[in-house]
Write a protein that binds this ligand. Sequence first.
Ligand SMILES: Cc1cc2nc3c(=O)[nH]c(=O)nc-3n(C[C@H](O)[C@H](O)[C@H](O)COP(=O)(O)O)c2cc1C
Length: 391
Amino acid sequence: MSASRALLDLLGIDCPIIQAPMAGTSTPALAAPLSTAGALGSLGVAATDAAGARAMIADARARSSRSLNVNVFCHPPARADAAVEAAWLARLAPAFARFGARPPAQLREIYTTFQTDDAMLATLVELAPKVVSFHFGIPAPARVAALRQAGIVLVGTATSLAEGRALAAAGAHAVVAQGYEAGGQRAVFDAEAPDDQLTTLALTQLLARDLAIPVIAAGGIMNGAGIDAALRVGASAAQLGTAFVGCRESAADADYRAALQSDAALHPTMTRVISGRPAGCLANRFTAFGAAIPASAGPAYSITYDAGKALVAAAKAAASPASARSGPGKAPHSRARCLPPSSWPRFAPRCGRSATTCARAPAARSRSPPRDPVEQAPGLGAARRLLSSAP
Ligand SMILES: Cc1cc2nc3c(=O)[nH]c(=O)nc-3n(C[C@H](O)[C@H](O)[C@H](O)COP(=O)(O)O)c2cc1C
């Protein structure tokens, strides 16, 4: 059995495509049609609590009975420091002033880590989604054991060989190789440690050769050609985030969507100024401001994020799309396609025995008519030939 087939069987899917969990951006309406079409739809529940996660899972299950991935964050709990937070707010005051606003009076930790969230653990064990994935580290052994005992497939995220090995040793069934190109929060376990900044293809090869568990490539993959490249270097599947942000079913706002389609998408950067941890996003005035600040100056994750979100709200309240776009916002590096989610599996190479099913997946309604990436992107003719010749 091929490595890719083993992962597809493990996850209960037909095509080697995973829609990345994107807290605040992915939705049940996005995940469900992807799952129905034979890929793996994901929910990011890091920005909500156990009750919110329960509602999202119920919504996704009402729309699709197929495999679902639910993603949590495993960062260390934030250590509050009133002096650091006050200094940070004073530093951000000019950025707020540009939008005629003031920084909030105080900041709080806005994302509870799964490491301490017993209600989230109980909910996941009770509802037992097919897959639980984690970002920023590894759940404590008792949590891993509880999830495994509930029959849940566990997928961790690694940015280095050491993190990949640690995930495998801790009991993960598969690992996401998140390259430096990836949009959104970088998964590094320790945001203060040196970062080797490995690319998606380099990291995927490294992990696929070293680990006994399947590897899923993530970062900068936008189409069938990218999926094919990842599979060729040893990935068993590809996880795509940005490619789905422009879908009608995502929760991305109009400014985010517009930025991804504009020349701003040609200027990616990595910044800590938005959340307190490194995140792949589009360069803008706020990231330039952040580049001049030492990484250690800000409050802990996700206290810094509270300020970042307040600045986005201030930019939006200023009502100028251009000014809102110059505020912070997660978004990466390449003009994203805007495809109905259920159409994606059709473009996955090497779908194996389910290729025909994938090719017949009904297309979801889209606000704009879907562009066919096979016609748009060089190299995708090969994906189409592979698909049509698959048994
Ligand atoms: C808007 C956005 C939000 C994200 N949120 C999460 C998240 O909640 N959990 C997670 O594991 N990964 C998250 N990621 C990272 C993705 O899992 C994945 O690594 C990344 O999207 C791959 O790079 P790509 O965007 O170039 O496809 C997010 C990515 C984006 C673009």
